[in-house]
Design a binder for this molecule. Sequence first.
Ligand SMILES: [Ca+2]
Length: 205
Amino acid sequence: MRYYRKSVLLVIIFMFLACGKLFAAENVALNKPTTDNGHYSSGSVSYPSSNGVDGDYDTHWSWYAHGSTSNPGWFRVDLENTYSIDQINLSYSHDAGNVGLTNIYNLYTSLDDVTWELIHSGTLVEQNTLGTSNPDNITSILFDPFEVGRFVKYEVVGGTHWAGLKELEVYGTVTPEPVSSVLFFLGGATMVYHRRKKKYNKKIT
Ligand SMILES: [Ca+2]
């Protein structure tokens, strides 16, 4: 009976690990590789796409048409693994008090960095965030059911301000192995365990 209980406990632990539920929510886009279709750079001033995932709300990505509303401008992040994505946070704010200016945007996911699926569209509005409880103007987008992807792209397609973003944060869990594979593995491990136990019992009797 004791061995049976141990086996059941092992099964439960493996199932939790397979589902990624033992890990706390973390921003899986943080400091991951990025590319864009252009960013502003002049002398010592630069706003590369890496600024959009560096975890710092004081840095931002800005498209090369800095100061105009030409579109579309985009940057994408490689999560370096396939995730079940249940939340994306966008921090939109510029520092010059441009209250009311907007970015109309699309969010996409991709498994291969070639074929893209539109998962959300919206408008970010520059707010007067001084002295508010949301100083970084963070917009949270929830996905239920979750979206699956390895790459996430933020694309600005209109609005009254040049494309820019302080942070793109992605929350989710690594896409689990198919349940059939997990069960197959567990079944094999349990069989080996019981065979060894039987062999051992035979030896000592
Ligand atoms: Ca940043």
